[in-house]
Structure formats: structure tokens, C-alpha cells
Design a protein around this ligand. Structure first.
Ligand code: IFM
Length: 764
């Protein structure tokens, strides 16, 4: 599934885990100050101890080893290495990181070092922080020390983590340290300094490296995904993702201002125009410095927004529905943004990508059984990793994935409220508990992604209703359908036919037509090898008699009906009056006799009828003369075809005219002599009864009183609840519901008091 050298990792940052804030010569950082002074952190917490990684790194590395993690992305505390930010190196700080690196390597875990994950030395902040242009040299000096100290064993270095956050959240919104609101012009200057500092660090990391190193950068931002996969909606996403915001209250939250200069060597043109009045002096030399060649692009991705194109092709935000899935801290769960964001980033920046952060905060608790169960995290990661794989399959060069984060830790201004870890930390005792998700991730790593689970979603559809001269309004009373009129004859409940293409209602594929899904997601249908969805499921309410008709087979329909399929169908009688009959078959012995009876309108002699009652079932093969009679309601499973030849219509008039008959074609296809119309009673002692199995479908009846357990191992199955209420695998279903179980769905349990008719396509 994934290439064998795909990097499965975990990520963390120094300030969020290390603690030991003033131990062994560490200098004060801006986050130490921010926590200690003022009321910036939820509940007044600080990170003086955090996860105590400084003393417990061996324990945490041992857990990673158990999990089989291949790489660990961690950051260095700048003030632990250079307590004053520049000048004297703190050898104990270097020794600590050397010990961490050695322990990782000893355990077969590749270290990925992030130089800066927000803990700026306070001493340098006191000299103006990133706003001071000298910060470029300060950061370069720090890079030299880092490279000299660690590049003999560490191969992967990342300069900055999420510059959008440590510039914007700190200096525009002031929620992060140092929490200083800057005039807009100054913030532009500060960001220009940060980007130049990045370039200067890349130069020094390489210049002082003791081995072959790879250098990258890890920005972030919200991503995007299109409402539909039309070129217009995709282009709207591209446009939005790579344009600079107009809103100056949140302008730093964007991709291009932080990534175009680094990877493309220029600030984005629209930003240069929009922000002209705030811009610092930007020289060619600056751009050269900022755009030092990089080996990879990191990107931290958590969520995104759905967009569609308006008439002019401009991106429009699509509102989220009520009850949209959210994480424990209220972030939307949008795996689709991973697929589209990663593809669009790769398309623009053309660098191998590492997902340097992705994960979820959940309200994890230590359960009574002494374990931490976090199914929501497992589901989130499963969906996101599958979406990432889709981006890879569609061309994005993604080399690795770093789950955020190993242990629950200090979540900045939210203190310890938000648990993001694969490992639970009891902050009172510093005991670590592996959450269920850590075992799940272990398995993903061990199987190199093969254990990821394709989402098992039951697909529901919006039916398409058809008005017919013979139709009625029973579907409203019997099934509660919102029918469009008093002559509603047909409900195309599951159909991908162009004359009535159903739309998915809810879930992952909400709003897509079944025919689109068939094209775009063939895996949902077990890659069934036909060019179109093979079945069509209808409810028919015949208030009046339907015309007497006959259907062609595949060969005849293909030849005479523009490549259409023929029509084999079967009927389950949902409702009927007492003493009802159906037209099935005819009495002609020879073709000549048939033609003569038709030409002479000897309908009474020609047509054969069979008695039926509620719950009966009958197969109608092509060539069979048939008709549903008035006051009967049926559920029909048929081939995906709308071809019917009308033989006789009781001489009825519509708008003063008779409906068209298809006598020549009917005579061609009617089978002579007719097979006996075999009506079958579906009553059975057994809960599961096979009603028919032919080339095109198999149909069963499930009589649910006790739990009925079945396995969906067909390309797909369609289930229709014809009576009662119940559940399928815990999902409530009721009379009138029709739904599709996709390929690989596996076991399902029906419970309640229900009658269910199920169909699966034939072996093709
Ligand atoms: O915890 C943070 C991390 O420091 C930066 N990226 C987002 C994570 C979750 O908020």
C-alpha cells in the first residue's frame, strides 16, 4: 500500500513536553515568561514541568519503540542551548539533546529536529525579538550550533514550525507569547525577518553539517476541498488556497505569504498589491536568502473548508451542516482537506512533502478498566491517513506522516485542557498510559498501512418520483414518502439511470448522484465490471391497471435501443386488494397465433392472469407479457433499464390521445409459447429465504423477529424495509427505507420486527 520506506512518525515540541524550565542552565524563553506573568493560560497553568520529558525521555522513547514508530520529530529549546539566545552555549542543554538523539538511534528511531517551535529566548525578546532585524543573525548563529552539535547523527532538520502561528497568533491576536500586538506594518517587517532568518539558518545548517543533511520547513494553514469534483469547484479551491486574505484581522492565516517566498522565491503578487501600504523594503537579495533550496516541504494540517465556485468561478464557502463532526476542541473533522490540500500544495510547490503534524484533540479519560479508549482518534487518523494515501495515489509525492503527538502535553494558552496524545499522561503523577489509538497506530505502522479500514458507510438515497396516468397516492400513506402528486406511480428508490438518478442522502458522499459515485468510487461497488450500475429498485403504486407490456433481453435492447440493457425484473407484492390478479403470460401457441390475436385485439383470449396476495413474489423474464393491475403496490428489483414495449393500453386516452403502442417490437420479443407465470409465496419458517437467483440478481427476504445476522460479501447489496421498525448494526431503519451496503461491508445484524427484501447483483 505505502512504499516500504514511508516514514511513520510522531511529533512533539520542546516547550510542550520538556518541563525543567530552569534546570541545568536553561535560559528563560518567551513562553516561560508568558506563563508566569499575566493571566494568559487557561486555569493559570504553566509548562514548568509539562510532561517532564527532560527526565523521562527514555520512558517515552521506550513507548515509541514498542509502537514501532520509525521517526520522531521533536524541537529544540533555543534558550536551553543558548540561554541568552546568542553567545555562550549551554553544554548541559547540548548534552540533553545528544542523549535524546542517542537513545532514539539506539532504538531504531530516526530523529527529525525542528529548530524553532515557538520558544524564543526572552533575552533576545528583550532586544526586540523577531522584529529586530538582528534576529536573522541570531537565528543563523543558533543554526550553526545546532548543525555543529547534532548533524553527525541527525540527518533531517526543519527550521521553523508554523510561522503563521508564532507571528500572527502572537502579534496580531496576542493569544500566544510574547502577546504583543504590533502595528500592521511592523508585523510585515517581523515576518520578513522571520523568513530571512529561515534562509540564513538553512545556509548555516548546511555549511556546518558534518554529514549529508536534508533541510525543510513546516508551515501550516487551513486547507480546502471542493464541494464537487468539477473543474470549477477544484479551481475555486486552488484560487482560495493560494490567495492572500483581504481581512486584515486574520491576514497571517494563509499559505502563499509564507510558502511562495520560500519555495518560489517571490511573495504572492495579489498580496504585494493588497498589502502594498504595509510592506517593508524587500530586495532581490532578501528573496534569494529566503528561497534557499530545500529538500522537502513540511506541512501541518488539521482541517479545512469546503468550497464551491460561483458563476464567475470565485470560491464560495459551503456552510457546514448541523451537527458537523468536531474534535474535542471544536475543530471540524474534514479528512477530504488532506487529499485536496496535499495535492494542491504539491502541485504548486513541487517538493516532496512530509506531513509534519496531524492529529486530534479528544476528551480522553482514564476509564474504569484502567485503560484509555479513544475511538474518535482512531477514526480521525484512519480517515485522514486514507485521504493522504488518495493524494499520493493521485500524484502527490508524500514521504512521511508525523502524528501529532506522542504524549498529551501543554497546549499553549489552553494549558492542559486539550489532549492530543497517543499516550495519556496523568499530569498529577506523570504516569503514561498507552491509549487504544497508540495500539492502532502500531498496527498501521507494522502493516505499512494495510490495516487501515475503508469507511463502511451505508448509503441512503433521495428517491426520484414519477407521475403516471395509472399512479396514485398510496406511497404517502404506506411509506410516508413526500410524494409530488396524486398520480405518483413510481418511486425510483435506488437508481443510477439517467431518467432518474438518485442522490446520496447524508454521510461521506452526500449530494453525489449514484451514477457519479459509480464512476468515481468503483471500489464501493467491488469494482463491478459493467459500464453502468446494474440494478434499479422501484416501488410501484398502481392505482389503475398498467398497460400490458413486454421487455426485450440484452441483445435485442442493445441492438434496437441504442445500447440499452434489456429488462429482467421481479416483483414483491407489498399491498393488494383481495382477489387481485396480475397479468403474466399469454395463451397463444404459435407466433402466428400471437400476431393474429394482437392484430385482431383478442385481448381477453390472449392475456393470462394469475391470482396474487400480499407477500407473493414473481420473476418476470424478458419476453414475458405482463402487467400490474390496479390496487396493487409492488417492490421491483430490475436491471438498470427503462425499456418497455407496450402491447395494449386498455384503449385509454391521455390528453385525448391513446398512448403509443410498440406492436412490432412486442411481437419480436414475446416468447411463444409463454412460460407459466410462477407466483411464489414468500412465507417461510426460516428467517432468511432466497426468492430468486438469476444472471442479474439474487433476491432474499429477511423476516426479522429475532436478530438476523448476514454477511455482505457481494459487490454491493440493496436492502428495502417493507414492514416494521428495527436496526441494522445499530442504525435505526423503518418501513420504506432503502439503502445500499457497499463492497466489503461484511457482517450486518438486523434486529427489531421487520420484513426486509435484499438484492445483490449477479456474477458478471
Ligand atoms: O500543539 C500544537 C502544536 O504546537 C502546533 N500545531 C498544532 C498543535 C495542536 O494545536
Amino acid at each position: 500500500m505505502f512504499s516500504k520506506d514511508f516514514v511513520w512518525g510522531c511529533a512533539s515540541s520542546a516547550f510542550q513536553i520538556e518541563g525543567a524550565w530552569n534546570e541545568d542552565g536553561k535560559g528563560e524563553g518567551i513562553w516561560d515568561r508568558f506563563c508566569h506573568e499575566g493571566n494568559h493560560i487557561l486555569n493559570g497553568f504553566n509548562a514548568d514541568t509539562a510532561c517532564d520529558f527532560y527526565h523521562r525521555y527514555k520512558e517515552d522513547i521506550a513507548i515509541m519503540k514498542q509502537m514501532g514508530v520509525k521517526a520522531y520529530r521533536f524541537s529544540l529549546s533555543w534558550p536551553r542551548i543558548l540561554p541568552e539566545g546568542v553567545g555562550k552555549v549551554n553544554e548541559k542543554g547540548i548534552a540533553f539533546y545528544n542523549a535524546v538523539i542517542d537513545e532514539l538511534l539506539k532504538n531504531g528511531i530516526e530523529p527529525y529536529i525542528t529548530m524553532y517551535h515557538w520558544d524564543f529566548p526572552q533575552a533576545l525578546q528583550d532586544r526586540g525579538g523577531w522584529l529586530n532585524e538582528e534576529s536573522i543573525e541570531w537565528f543563523a548563529e543558533y543554526a550553526k550550533v545546532v548543525s555543529e552539535s547534532f548533524s553527525d547523527r541527525v540527518k533531517y532538520f526543519i527550521t521553523l514550525n508554523e510561522p503563521q502561528c508564532f507571528t500572527g497568533i502572537a502579534h496580531l491576536h496576542t493569544d500566544h507569547a510574547p502577546g504583543i500586538k504590533l502595528p500592521t506594518k511592523d508585523l510585515f517587517q517581523l515576518i520578513h525577518n522571520v523568513l530571512r532568518a529561515h534562509g540564513a539558518a538553512v545556509i548555516n545548517l548546511r555549511k556546518y553539517a558534518k554529514g549529508d543533511i536534508k533541510v525543510g520547513y513546516a508551515p501550516t494553514c487551513g486547507m480546502v476541498y471542493p464541494k464537487t469534483e468539477t473543474p470549477e469547484d477544484i479551481e475555486a479551491c486552488r484560487k482560495y488556497l493560494f490567495s492572500c486574505p483581504d481581512n486584515m484581522d486574520n491576514w497571517t492565516w494563509n499559505v502563499p505569504w509564507f510558502s511562495d517566498p520560500v519555495f518560489l522565491g517571490r511573495y504572492p503578487e495579489d498580496g504585494l498589491q493588497k498589502y502594498a501600504e504595509y510592506l517593508p523594503v524587500i530586495t532581490e537579495e532578501d528573496m534569494k536568502l529566503i528561497s534557499q533550496p530545500l529538500d522537502f516541504m513540511g506541512e501541518n494540517i488539521y482541517n479545512g473548508i469546503m468550497l464551491e465556485a460561483d458563476e464567475s468561478g470565485n470560491p464560495v464557502y459551503v456552510n457546514r451542516y448541523a451537527g458537523f463532526p468536531e474534535t474535542g476542541n471544536g475543530w471540524p473533522v474534514t479528512p477530504e482537506c488532506f487529499r485536496w490540500g496535499l495535492k494542491l500544495l504539491y502541485e504548486r510547490y513541487q517538493h516532496p512533502i512530509y506531513v509534519t503534524e496531524n492529529g486530534i484533540c479528544c476528551k480522553d479519560v482514564l476509564s474504569s478498566d484502567g485503560r484509555v479508549h479513544d475511538p474518535q482518534r482512531i477514526d480521525f487518523l484512519n480517515r485522514y491517513i486514507l485521504a493522504m494515501k488518495q493524494a499520493m495515489d493521485e500524484g502527490a509525492d508524500i514521504r512521511g506522516y508525523f502524528e501529532w503527538t506522542l504524549t498529551d502535553n501543554f497546549e499553549w494558552n489552553f494549558g492542559f485542557r486539550d489532549r492530543f496524545g497517543l499516550v495519556y499522561v496523568d499530569f498529577r503523577t506523570q504516569r503514561r498510559y498507552r491509549k487504544d489509538s497508540s495500539y492502532w497506530y502500531e498496527n498501521v505502522i507494522k502493516t505499512n498501512g494495510a490495516s487501515l479500514m475503508q469507511p463502511k458507510e451505508i448509503l441512503f438515497f433521495d428517491p426520484v418520483f414519477k407521475q403516471m396516468i395509472w399512479g396514485g397516492n398510496k406511497m404517502k400513506d404506506v411509506f410516508g414518502y413526500n410524494i409530488p402528486g396524486e398520480k405518483t406511480g413510481e418511486c425510483w428508490a435506488v437508481s443510477a439511470h439517467p431518467n432518474g438518478d438518485c442522490t446520496v442522502n447524508g454521510g461521506l458522499y452526500n449530494g453525489k448522484t449514484l451514477s457519479t459515485l459509480w464512476k468515481e468510487n468503483p471500489e464501493l461497488f467491488g469494482n463491478y465490471p459493467t459500464d453502468r450500475f446494474p440494478l434499479l429498485l422501484k416501488v410501484i403504486d398502481a392505482k389503475e391497471n398498467l398497460s400490458i407490456q413486454v421487455h426485450p433481453d440484452d441483445t435485442y435492447a442493445n441492438e434496437h435501443e441504442n445500447g440499452s440493457l434489456g429488462k429482467t425484473e421481479c416483483w414483491y407484492i407489498l399491498e393488494c386488494a383481495e382477489n387481485s390478479t396480475l397479468v403474466v403470460g399469454h395463451n397463444a401457441k404459435t407466433k402466428e397465433e400471437l400476431c393474429s390475436m394482437i392484430d385482431n385485439k383478442q385481448w381477453d383470449e390472449l392475456i393470462a392472469e394469475v391470482p396474487v396476495k400480499k407477500g407473493d413474489f414473481i420473476q418476470i423474464d424478458p419476453g414475458t407479457v405482463h402487467a400490474i393491475k390496479g390496487d396493487i403496490m409492488i417492490l421491483e428489483t430490475q436491471q438498470n433499464s427503462d425499456i418497455t414495449y407496450r402491447v395494449y393500453d386498455y384503449d385509454r386516452l391521455t390528453d385525448g390521445k391513446p398512448r403509443e403502442l410498440h406492436l412490432d417490437k412486442s411481437k419480436d420479443v414475446i416468447e411463444v409459447p409463454a412460460k407459466a407465470g410462477a407466483v411464489m409465496s414468500t412465507e417461510s419458517e426460516e428467517a432468511v429465504k432466497e426468492l430468486v437467483s438469476c444472471k442479474y440478481y439474487t433476491v432474499w427476504k429477511y423476516q426479522v423477529n429475532e436478530a438476523v445476522t448476514q454477511t455482505q460479501s457481494y459487490p454491493f447489496m440493496i436492502l428495502s424495509v417493507t414492514e416494521g421498525y428495527g436496526t441494522i448494526n445499530g442504525l435505526a431503519i423503518k418501513k420504506g427505507d432503502h439503502f445500499l451496503l457497499p463492497a466489503g461491508y461484511g457482517e450486518f445484524v438486523l434486529e427489531g420486527e421487520m420484513t426486509v427484501i435484499a438484492s445483490a447483483p449477479g456474477e458478471c
